[in-house]
Design a protein around this ligand. Sequence first.
Ligand code: KG4
Ligand code: ZN
Length: 352
Amino acid sequence: MIVLGIETSCDETSAAVVESDATGAHATLRSMVIVSQDVHRLFGGVVPEIASRAHLTSLVPAVRQALADAHLTPGGIDAIAVTCGPGLVGALLVGVSWAKAYAATLDKPVLGVHHMEGHLFAPSLEDPTAEPPFTALLVSGGHTLLLDVPAWGDYRQLGATRDDAAGEAFDKVAKLLGLPYPGGPFIEKLAATVAHPGDVPKAFRFTRPITHGGQRPGDADYYDVSFSGLKTAVLNAVRGSTDIERDRALIARGFQDALIGTLAEKVGRAVEACGRTRVVLGGGVACNRALVNAIQARVGRGVTVHAPSARLATDNAGMIARAGAWRLARGERSGAGLGAFASHPLPGVAAG
Ligand code: KG4
Ligand code: ZN
C-alpha cells in the first residue's frame, strides 16, 4: 500500500510517500519534502496566520516534489493520511481541506491522523525493531507524554507535563538567555561548551522538578513532569547574574541538566514498572543528544533507546503517512466529514 502523508499542524509544510506491507506493520519511506517556515524566527515564535498562509503556498509544490521523488503519478497512491490535530487550527485546515479535495478527485480514501501518534511511529521508519512493546517519551514544542505501548494503537498514558511542554521550556529559557527561536538546538549547543556538570556553579545547579525519592508508583507525581518552576529559577538566575556573557552557557547547562535529569528519571521508572526492553523517543526535543544519552544511562545497557534522526524527530509527513498506513490497513477511513482539531485525544489512549 502506498500512502501519501500531509503534515501542516504548525510551522513545517511536509509531504511524504510511505510504502507499507498489507498489515501496515512494516513500512519504508520512499520520499519526503519538508518546507520549514523560517519567517517565524523574526517574531520569536510561530505566528498562526503566517503559518497558514505559508502552508497554502508550499503544500502543492511539496506534494508534487514528493511524488516525483518517489517516481509516482498521483494515480499511483492508494490513500492519503493527513494530520487532523492537535495543532494550530488554521494551519491544520489547509492540510485537511487540501487532502480531502485531492482524495475526492483521485477517488482514494483519506484518513485523519493524530500528530502525536505520528511522532510515536517515526522511529520505526528508520529502524523496524522500534516496534511495541515499548516505553515512549514524546517531547515536542506543545506536548510531553510518557506512555506504555504494549501494541500499536494501545496506549497507556503514565505521565504528562502539568504546565509547560519540554520544548516550550527550552524555547522560553532560550528567550530569557537572549538566544534565537526555536531555542532547543541553541541551548544544546551552548550547554555542550560546559565540559562537566561539576563546572556549573551551585547557584545554577537547578533542582530536577518533581523527582524526589519519596515518590512511589501510584503517586500522582510519580510519572508527571513540570517545568514552570524550573523556568522561574532560570529567570531568577538571569536577573541575579552580574555578568550574563560569562554565565549564559553555565545557566544553559544547569537548565538542560535539570530538565533532562527529570525526563530520564521518569522514563527509567516507566521502563522498570512496565518491564520493557525498548524505549522510543519522539518529538523535536528527541534531537537533543544529551537527553538521549541521559536516558540510555538511566535505563542501562539491557534496554535499547530508539531515537529518530533529526529529520524524523521534528515535524514531518513521513511519520503521518506511517501511522496512517497502519490505521488504513485496519480498514479505518475518515470520509468527507473529517475536521481539524486544536486539541484531540490520542486514539486508543487510556490511563496507565
Ligand atoms: O516536534 P516538534 O518539531 O514540533 C512540535 O510538534 O512542537 O518540536 C519542536 C520543539 C521546539 O520547542 C524546539 O526547541 C525543540 O523541539 N527542539 C529541541 C532540539 N531541537 C528541537 N529541544 C532541545 N534540544 C534540541 N536539540
Ligand atoms: Zn510535533
